[in-house]
Design a protein around this ligand. Structure first.
Ligand SMILES: C[C@H](CCC(=O)NCCS(=O)(=O)O)[C@H]1CC[C@H]2[C@@H]3[C@H](O)C[C@@H]4C[C@H](O)CC[C@]4(C)[C@H]3C[C@H](O)[C@]12C
Length: 330
């Protein structure tokens, strides 16, 4: 399971938890401007099907050869994108004439490398056909859906058996199944939840009282299913309050995603195998900073894209710091 959210203070933030039972070997990876991606399908306007990134990208990726296979990323213009599992619902197409045929693993670099804003991304999406061509035999196509966002808003993109769906995402959150429209519909069931204490609507004849703080959110689902995580993170995000400095915003962002953190042992996927939150990311999309924690490293680590040469030729890669960093105070 995974959860992605956006958050706005002075700057625009976006990030995700990546929950799984094993890691593909993740690295914070910067793709410089002008980096060449060879598309798997012919493109009418591109020589030898190579598109060069207009904008530099920073995100979490598995790097295969010199190819950054991004899971989530932002670009230098403040546009961000994350892919989350959508098992049983994601259906990709065969190549179609007259369309931008983009395979699932090319989708993030295609959008973030070409578009400065969500508006531009929507224009590019109107021409796209997401195809099923795999990266390699060892890395088959992943069934995903995506959240794309900038400071003006967020959308969800789902490629299903009945075609490509693009939804406005007014919550700025996404988890896994079911499809996004059903995740949104589910919120109707929780419209009575509030951070304020409830009053007795149950019966005038009974003297009911609030015996504990936090009773306004009684009924908020606490389990790890993706529908429940969607409701929980939506409630947390919609009510989150923080100062707007960088440290206050980043700290609050990790608390929002902390509401859907997955602890080892609570979600068994096979005998003795557990899904856990392998990493949590928070990108300051306005300033090009990728912050992360990992399951075993609670210290927030930051990689700044603008401290690197974004006009270089090669990928810039930072393997994750994974061991727990404990500050000995005495
Ligand atoms: C497993 C990850 C999704 C985690 C998630 O959503 N878990 C929820 C599980 S469940 O629904 O609740 O069952 C996804 C997110 C991004 C994916 C990766 C990216 O798409 C990049 C490449 C794409 C290649 O086709 C496959 C390897 C890969 C490197 C992918 C491996 C894997 O599928 C990743 C890492």
């Amino acid at each position: 399971m995974c959860t992605a959210v956006t958050y706005q203070t002075k700057d625009f933030y976006m990030g995700r938890t990546l929950d799984y039972e094993f890691s593909y070997g993740d690295e914070v990876t910067i793709t410089p401007r002008g980096y060449g991606f060879v598309l798997r399908h012919p493109h009418r306007n591109l020589q030898e099907n190579v598109f060069q990134t207009k904008y530099a990208i920073i995100g979490m990726a598995h790097v295969a050869g010199a190819y950054p296979l991004y899971y989530d990323a932002i670009n230098e213009k403040g546009l961000g994108m994350a892919g989350l599992n959508f098992v049983g619902n994601a259906v990709y197409q065969e190549e179609k004439e007259g369309k931008d045929n983009i395979t699932q693993f090319e989708f993030i670099p295609w959008i973030l490398g070409n578009c400065a804003t969500l508006e531009e991304a929507k224009t590019l999406l109107s021409r796209i056909n997401l195809t099923k061509t795999p990266f390699s035999e060892g890395l088959p196509t992943s069934p995903l859906h995506w959240i794309i966002a900038d400071e003006t808003g967020a959308i969800t993109v789902e490629s299903m058996s009945d075609g490509l769906h693009i939804y406005d995402n007014p919550v700025g959150a996404l988890t896994n199944n079911p499809p996004f429209e059903q995740q949104m519909f589910q919120l109707n069931n929780y419209m009575h939840l509030s951070p304020k204490q409830p009053t007795n609507q149950f019966s005038d004849e009974l003297s009911l009282h609030t015996y504990s703080r936090g009773m306004g959110a009684l009924g908020l689902p606490g389990d790890l299913s993706s529908m429940s995580r969607f409701v929980r993170v939506a409630f947390t995000k919609m009510h989150a309050v923080s100062g707007d400095s960088e440290k206050e915003s980043v700290s609050q962002f990790f608390h929002i995603l902390g509401s859907v953190d997955q602890q080892r042992g609570c979600c068994e996927v096979a005998d003795g195998k557990y899904e856990i939150t392998l990493y949590t990311s928070c990108c300051n999309a306005s300033k090009g900073i990728y912050y992360y924690t990992t399951y075993e490293n609670h210290q927030i680590t930051a990689v700044h894209m603008h401290r690197e040469n974004l006009d270089g030729k090669d990928l810039i890669r930072y393997p994750l710091i994974t061991g727990e960093q404990i500050l000995e105070q005495n």
